[in-house]
Design a protein around this ligand. Structure first.
Ligand SMILES: [Cu+2]
Length: 151
């Protein structure tokens, strides 16, 4: 658990009492789980590394309706992308001509050797592919899944 989440809780006396009760009954893991189920109380973040044109995680699971920050670290000497969405989104990008992405949170260019963060709220539970649509990268295997679970 990060310290900022703890200190933020301490500044809210009303919630401190609730968290204290959870701490007694469930321990530290229980606190994290309780916060994870209370949107807005605890930031949700996931990290995905890219190395040798491969995402280091095939699946990430996130809660619906919560802002999730996804940290994308590209260790390669070439650019990659993280584009997440439904079949329509991916079909558009397979045929697309946009060389750089940056204006949509769900479509991120991660230049060689850099780290990018994007924050997305997935409103509808389900499974959504994330893919790098630079030429040849999807066929090479740059595909993963975001599983969005309901509350
Ligand atoms: Cu790529």
């Amino acid at each position: 658990m990060d310290v900022s989440a703890t200190s933020r809780g301490l500044r809210r006396p009303g919630r401190l009492a609730l968290v204290g009760g959870v701490a007694l009954s469930l321990g530290l893991a229980g606190i994290a789980a309780a916060w994870a189920h209370a949107p807005g109380l605890m930031p949700v973040s996931e990290s995905i590394g890219i190395h040798y044109s491969d995402y280091d995680r095939g699946t990430i699971t996130v809660p619906a309706g919560v802002a999730v920050t996804i940290i994308l670290r590209n260790d390669d000497p070439i650019d990659h992308e993280f584009i997440v969405g439904g079949a329509d989104v991916h079909e558009r990008h397979r045929k697309g001509t946009e060389p750089i992405h940056g204006s949509r949170a769900t479509e991120v260019t991660v230049p060689a050797g850099t780290t990018r963060a994007t924050t997305i709220t997935f409103s509808t539970p389900g499974s959504y592919l994330f893919i790098c649509h630079l030429p040849g990268h999807e066929a090479y295997g740059m595909v993963g899944t975001v599983v969005v679970r309901g509350s």
